[in-house]
Design a binder for this molecule. Sequence first.
Ligand SMILES: Nc1nc2c(c(=O)[nH]1)N[C@@H](CN(C=O)c1ccc(C(=O)N[C@@H](CCC(=O)O)C(=O)O)cc1)CN2
Ligand SMILES: [Mg+2]
Length: 298
Amino acid sequence: MKHDPALSGKLIDGKAIARRLTDHVKAEAEALRERTGKIPGLAVVLVGNDPASEVYVKNKAIQTHRAGMRSFMHMLPETTGQDELLELIDRLNADPQIHGILVQLPLPAQLDPIVVTNAIAPEKDVDGLGEVNAGRLSLGIDGLVPCTPLGCLMLLKETLPDLRGLHAVVIGASNLVGKPMAQLLLKEGCTVSVGHIDTRDPQGLAREGDILVVATGKNGLVRGDWIKPGATVIDVGITRISLPDGKTRLVGDVAFDEAAPIAGHITPVPGGVGPMTIACLLHNTLQAARTVLERPQA
Ligand SMILES: Nc1nc2c(c(=O)[nH]1)N[C@@H](CN(C=O)c1ccc(C(=O)N[C@@H](CCC(=O)O)C(=O)O)cc1)CN2
Ligand SMILES: [Mg+2]
């Protein structure tokens, strides 16, 4: 998407920052291979044929190879039962070539995402969604952190070197983004507010944010008058909309054209948070591999 050149100083370039992180992961994976003779491996499981998920898992495999790591793809039919999926996860948990396991979300209705993500061994849970890693994050203990909020934090740190004392408002309270995002921001010393579906005045809450992170899945929800002047705005939403000419376009949860002139810094969609999600997955896979391969022997 083309943006007004006057806004270029405000844009947080997720694509460039993700490329830098991926290059760093690649160099570190190579160094790990030299030290241990082992290559980090990531298994991605997709159940069903949701077209957006198919694109995401394909991109994950391409980026995994690009970072010098091994990719193992498991594409299962839409009708897969929970026991069958849990059996596959057990096999991946036991496979020493695999250091990270990710089950692409959303899952078909017959599968319980909480049970499925909890079946992944905590040291291979590169999505950070299981109860062990989620618990570690809420206690402020090191662990594997969910990729999208980790990417959002990295983007924030590019523009705001010290987050202490800032009021961060997170709109959306999902397990995948909103809740872990709030925990990460708390850990950074922000004063954190979380808005959700039942929040009475989300606009008033959003306007208090020096930092505003929006992850609702409702495209264009956040209008220009929701933004505190000068705020740093991170838009996690990605929705593909149809245009009158029959083409399609990706848009975020923030009405970009209204918000960008008011914000101090803002992420675009596409090219903001999305690329960071995959780069952070590679970062987490490297972290998971290092933890296992370089664990001090008793
Ligand atoms: N198990 C998980 N499932 C899902 C996650 C997740 O972190 N773990 N996140 C999302 C989807 N997602 C990764 O899985 C993801 C979304 C978007 C992008 C991305 O690069 N977006 C690009 C645009 C891509 C396009 O053209 O469609 C961008 O924003 O620039 C990467 C990963 C839900 N499921
Ligand atoms: Mg489905």
